[in-house]
Ligand binder design. Structure first.
Ligand SMILES: *Cc1c(COP(=O)(O)O)cnc(C)c1O
Length: 426
């Protein structure tokens, strides 16, 4: 590659974002210009391992040729029809994704937050029309430290003050309980107005919190007994990230939905986004069976771009890649190796307290206060050493590389992380 990939320097790019863009993010000071597989390059041509994967959107690796090929081909034929008319790709996609995940119907949207909003609306409508909850009384149970997106309704039930403060008035109808706590769930389910329980099977943004073994199955069972919809937000954990097609799959590594695994509990509503398109195009999806999805009738919900022909083609290619390249299996294998290696590194330094995660969704806990700059400084140093990761919630660093990584590449990354941690000076 040439030294000047973009036509401006990184200094200029940062200055322009700072001057003309809203300051709603605090990026690491690196300006990316190109990506391929597990690597990205900055404007000076310096190469990095991507250890964030755009928050797990790029599970299939940057610019996967099959996915980009699908985008290019469809872009030359037809891009958008709106849903005022049928198009000749959407039905094929709907059949593909419902069979892939084992549901009767899908409702396609664009972003994760939109899919979460869709699931909330679906759950409420089901509550009034099927379950028989009193008008405007429906409640949805959510977990402390949840992250489901950024819309007004979604931040209404967040307990992250930074994400919430001064955005009120807030949408009512949500009950928050501690994550990974069956007793609290049992109590919350006693309320007859409860229509759904929505959770991230592993909390990503909160800092990669994996619930106890058996929690998800038990929570699913409690919901079933209470006649309450179990709504899994797998926007970040889904699509092979945690070493299974869905985090709800437990220990099954099938590249296809299956119910062979005794531990599998099918969510009543499944929310997908991010890697459903391999990070190539904004595609999200809400999956449910007819008895739930059929409450939505023409005119009651929609999106101009949702289910457009490019999105449909891109998502089919992206899911095909997950299956053909056995990304669940790879994420599981490399994830086990990564945590083993990190535990070896942790033995050598006081800087890190622990590593946790599942598959290739992992985090290390830095031995410092939540408001300290240590995790940020370590990430800046890792960047200098050729690996990009970002702190989440102060002293936690999330590690989530593309799932197409090889074992040799992972070991190279481990040595970059190890070197950075061992050489780090406060
Ligand atoms: C990223 C994320 C969302 C929101 O997705 P956007 O595409 O950013 O709107 C929702 N839920 C979870 C669990 C996420 O990680």
């Amino acid at each position: 590659m040439t030294q000047t990939i973009g036509n401006i320097s990184s200094k200029e790019a940062i200055a322009m974002e700072d001057k003309y863009g809203a300051h709603n993010y605090h990026p690491l000071p690196v300006v990316l210009a190109r990506g391929e597989g597990v690597h990205v390059w900055d404007t000076d041509g310096k190469k990095y391992f991507d250890f964030l994967s755009a928050y797990s959107a790029v599970n299939q690796g940057h610019c996967h040729p099959r996915i980009v090929g699908a985008l290019k081909a469809q872009a030359e034929i037809m891009t958008l029809t709106s849903r005022a008319f049928y198009n000749n790709v959407l039905g094929e996609f709907e059949q593909y994704i419902t069979e892939y995940f084992g549901y009767e119907k899908v409702l396609p949207m664009n972003t994760g937050a939109e899919a979460v909003e869709t699931a909330i609306k679906l759950c409420r409508k089901w509550a009034y029309e099927v379950k028989g909850v009193e008008q405007n009384e429906a409640k949805i149970i959510v977990c402390d430290n949840n992250f489901h997106g950024r819309t007004t309704t979604i931040v209404s039930f967040s307990n992250d003050e930074n994400a919430r403060a001064n955005f009120g008035p807030f949408t009512p109808g949500f009950v928050r309980i501690p994550h990974n706590d069956l007793e609290s769930l049992k109590r919350a389910l006693l309320n007859e107005h409860v229509a759904g329980f929505m959770l991230e099977p592993i909390q990503g943004e909160a800092g990669v919190f994996v619930p106890d073994t058996g929690y998800l199955q038990a929570a699913h069972k409690l919901c079933k007994e209470a006649g309450v919809l179990f709504i899994a937000d797998e926007v970040q954990t889904g699509i092979a990230r945690t070493g299974a097609l869905l985090a709800m799959c437990g220990d099954c590594t099938c590249e296809k939905h299956c119910e062979k695994q005794a531990s599998y509990r099918k969510p009543d509503i499944l929310i997908l986004g991010k890697a459903v398109s391999g990070g190539v195009y904004p595609v999200s999806a809400v999956l449910a069976d007819n008895k739930i999805m059929d409450v939505i009738k023409p005119g009651q919900h929609g999106s101009t771009f949702g289910g457009n022909p490019i999105a449909a083609k891109v998502a089919m290619a992206a899911l095909e890649v997950v299956r053909d390249e056995q990304l669940s299996l790879n994420a599981r294998r490399l994830g086990d190796l990564f945590r083993k290696e990190m535990n070896r590194v942790i033995e050598k330094t006081d800087l890190v307290n622990s590593v946790r995660g599942k598959g290739l969704l992992n985090a290390i806990l830095i031995n410092d206060t939540e408001d300290s700059q240590t995790a940020w400084n370590i990430c800046v140093q890792m960047k200098e050493n050729g690996l990009l990761a970002k702190p989440t919630h102060g002293n936690i660093i999330r590690f989530a590389p593309p799932l197409v990584m090889t074992e040799d590449e992972l070991m190279e990354c481990v040595s970059i992380i190890e070197k950075t941690l061992l050489e780090y000076k406060a």
